[in-house]
Design a protein around this ligand. Structure first.
Ligand code: SAH
Ligand code: SF4
Ligand code: F3S
Length: 468
């Protein structure tokens, strides 16, 4: 427990991706187990924490504005402890204390547990923790929603995408043990969780670094070359078998994951999507660029055709599945013709949605050193506008296929736009605002009556409910 002269109320601000959201849940869980309580705002907190992201420059600047605010708070209340965790902290490491002397503790994404060490130490002098260790699985979590949970299946990333800061902030890839993950999912299900999202930088690399003597499930044997060639009675684990095992856990109704890498999204994973109703009808498959030359400069290790082949393979087995993506515009040296190849792929695939980003040079990455002789800023902005317009056009068209259908919707709460309606999500990851009744966490049938590029609207299907 925290002693009487240590801070008692904490506030965490989270930036970045779902991994950071999940790490923040674990920070909160850990702090509460140390006797801290949650403060509504940073102004009310004795311990002000930031869980940071550095994926693009905009993420850095957003965070630095918050840090400036923390500095002012610390001036007013010198007893406040300011902590900075996550990817930005890792990427600037010990420089943090020279540049921001009011920061008391800084730690990388793998070092949440060290925060406890720091807070329970006798003296709270400035400390930094930046080792890459395994996943501290023992930490408790404090989830925002009782029925949804994240499960981190691997840490780190072994790829070297030339624009990306993540390998340097999250370290080498390491899969968490299969049984440990299943125990975690069983415990979550027993705690009321119905939907899990498996997290990893390259989820389909899961298990390559693990070995087991267990036979592969019958349904997956046909797909796995590596599993068919065991070394001394052992074989690697596969992501497809993890999905299969998680789907078999009692109480788990939906499984999502993010993100697979297009170079190795394989038939076995797609077959699992086709066969198991628990595995959601959605794959987020980051494209990044449509031009093979740019993909090569990005070190993505697939080309345009291979990406299109993967999409064809997915659609052949799962014709209704939603496919979403990430795209970067204005990579150094991207010509107009190369940008148009991105538009071509967008048209050929007709994504259900896309996150689009303007290239942002990141410290220490290979692409930050490339000479950008083709893409002045206004051109990037103009390309972005054309891309967004095209992405939205397809997203709008794609959602029309749901109109008239009755879809299973997991209720998440009240609609954000109309308090008389409920808000939920389909297996395709589409948000639905609908007239109906039920509690968050319940799955109900909803007849879809309207669709925009982003959301669906509908009415709960009473006949289907009564029949069920
Ligand atoms: N590991 C995940 C992605 C993590 S980052 C994956 O590979 O799918 C999420 C997205 O941010 C990336 O897919 C990419 O589109 C974008 N991104 C990463 N670095 C970027 C940079 N330097 N500039 C612009 N966008 C970037
Ligand atoms: Fe970054 Fe590429 Fe790894 Fe994703 S796969 S985290 S984009 S290096
Ligand atoms: Fe996530 Fe940002 Fe780190 S996207 S992995 S928190 S750099």
């Amino acid at each position: 427990m925290a002693s009487s002269d240590t801070p008692k109320r904490y506030h965490v601000t989270t930036f970045g991706c779902q991994m950071n959201e999940h790490d923040s849940e674990r920070m909160r869980g850990m702090l509460e187990s140390l006797g801290y309580g949650a403060a509504e705002t940073a102004e009310d907190a004795d311990l002000i924490l930031f869980n940071t992201c550095s994926i693009r420059e905009s993420a850095d600047s957003r965070f630095l504005a918050h840090l400036g605010h923390a500095k002012r708070m610390k001036k007013e209340r010198p007893g406040v402890v300011v902590g900075v965790g996550g990817c930005w902290a890792q990427s600037v490491k010990d420089e943090v204390f020279a540049r921001f002397p009011f920061v008391d503790v800084a730690f990388g994404p793998g070092q949440i547990n060290k925060l406890a060490e720091f807070l329970t130490a006798d003296s709270l002098s400035a400390q930094g923790y930046f080792e890459f260790e395994g996943f501290p699985a023992h930490l408790p979590t404090k989830r925002d929603r009782s029925f949804q949970a994240w499960v981190q299946i691997a840490v780190g990333c072994n790829l070297k995408c030339s624009y990306c800061i993540v390998p340097s902030t999250r370290g080498r890839e390491s899969s968490r043990p299969f049984e440990q993950l299943l125990d975690e999912v069983r415990a979550l299900a027993a705690d009321g969780v119905r939907e899990v999202t498996l997290l990893g930088q390259n989820v389909n690399a899961y298990g390559r670094d693990l070995r087991t003597t267990e036979p592969l499930p019958e349904a997956l044997l046909a797909f796995s070359e590596a599993a068919k060639r065991p070394t001394a009675g052992t074989r690697p684990r596969t992501f497809a078998e993890l999905l299969t095992a998680v789907a078999a856990v009692d109480g788990i109704e939906r499984i999502r994951y993010t993100s697979p890498h297009p170079k190795d999204i394989r038939e076995d994973v797609v077959a699992v999507h086709a066969a198991l109703p628990e595995v959601c009808q959605h794959i987020h498959l980051p494209l990044q660029a449509g031009s093979s030359r740019i993909l090569k400069r990005m070190r993505r290790t697939y080309d345009k055709q291979r990406y299109l082949d993967r999409v064809a393979m997915i659609r052949e087995q799962c014709p209704d599945i939603a496919i979403t993506t990430d795209i970067i515009v204005g990579f150094p040296g991207e010509t107009e013709a190369e940008f148009e190849e991105t538009l071509e792929v967008v048209d050929a695939v007709a994504f259900d949605g896309a996150f689009t980003f303007v290239f942002s040079p990141r410290r220490g990455t290979e692409a930050a050193e490339l000479v950008d002789d083709f893409v002045p800023h206004p051109v990037k902005v103009e390309r972005m506008e054309r891309l967004v317009e095209r992405v939205q056009h397809h997203a709008r068209e794609r959602t029309q296929r749901f109109v008239g259908r009755t879809l299973e919707v997991l209720i998440e709460g009240e609609s954000r736009t109309d308090p008389d309606k409920l808000r939920g999500r389909t297996s395709h990851n589409k948000v639905v605002n609908f007239v109906g009744f039920g509690q968050p966490g319940e799955t109900v049938p909803v007849q879809i009556t309207g669709a925009t590029s982003q959301t669906l609207s509908g009415e709960m299907s009473l006949l289907a409910t009564l029949a069920g």
